[in-house]
Design a protein around this ligand. Structure first.
Ligand SMILES: [Zn+2]
Length: 254
């Protein structure tokens, strides 16, 4: 059933550009903007603690707009976190219990948690935006075939453009990755001259543009937002600047 939903999304494009236009894919529970989550009973306790750090950060930043709360007994729509084969999520609210995979091996980082929940809220990968050719140059020959779909542009027909293209968005891929770049060659290069590749795709926190996109999609008032850069200093596993101990996000949803 789940596979079928993913396939349908691929074919008809319910995953569109930066954020879903279709209001039915946006979260509302009993009339209120809210997302509900649960853990698969087998999801390990230690990994849950890291996932909870991501959820706490989410609620710090977006709690007034789109809070992420434990599923209540009568919540029909919810996100179920499980230990799948990688990091992935559906795009937006698809209805009922929807799986969000945070594999214990490779996905349990605060930045990945935020990234996947942003998909569930309705955002797609930045490099799939229809306007991306203005900002990056693709190098298709350096990308493994089975990953090329993560770089195909979405149609602007269904697109909501909720914030400007941001190469440092937590929803942007890094330019190389062991999973998909052939011989570690870059899948794209930035058109801006001074792009810092150590920071593209290594986000540990929301970028301002990510917060703005959600607030506009869900019609929440804008609020001042400051990226939590100190988190990087506290936790070497999420070192955005040093980039040594932290794998870039390779999330293969849609
Ligand atoms: Zn992703």
């Amino acid at each position: 059933m789940l596979a079928r939903i993913v396939l349908v999304c691929l074919l008809v494009g319910c995953a569109v550009a930066q954020g879903v236009k279709n209001e039915n894919l946006r979260w509302k529970i009993n009339g209120a903007r809210r997302m509900a989550y649960s853990f698969d009973p087998r999801y390990p306790q230690q990994a849950r603690q890291t996932v909870m750090r991501g959820i706490e950060r989410w609620n710090q930043v977006l709690g007034d707009c789109l809070p992420l709360k434990p599923r209540k007994a009568n919540d029909r729509d919810y996100i179920n976190v499980y230990n799948g084969g990688g990091c992935s999520s559906m795009i937006g609210k698809v209805g009922g219990g929807q799986a969000l995979s945070l594999a214990v091996n490779g996905c349990v980082y605060r930045g990945v948690v935020i990234h996947e929940f942003l998909h569930a809220a309705g955002l797609i990968h930045t490099q799939k935006r229809p306007d991306r050719d203005n900002y990056i140059t693709m190098h298709w020959g350096n990308i493994v075939d089975s990953w090329k779909s993560q770089f195909t542009k979405e149609s602007s027909r269904n697109i909501g453009n909720y914030s400007a293209y941001d190469i440092y968005s937590i929803m942007h891929y890094s330019n190389t990755h062991p999973s998909w770049s052939i011989n570690n060659r870059p899948g794209f290069t930035a058109k801006q001259k001074k792009a810092d590749y150590r920071k593209i795709g290594y986000g540990d926190d929301f970028a301002k543009s990510d917060v703005q996109a959600i607030r506009r999609m869900y019609r929440c008032p804008e609020r001042k937002f400051t990226t939590d850069v100190n988190n990087n200093n506290r936790n070497n596993n999420n070192n955005r600047d040093g980039n040594k101990d932290r794998k870039p996000i390779a999330c293969s949803n849609e």
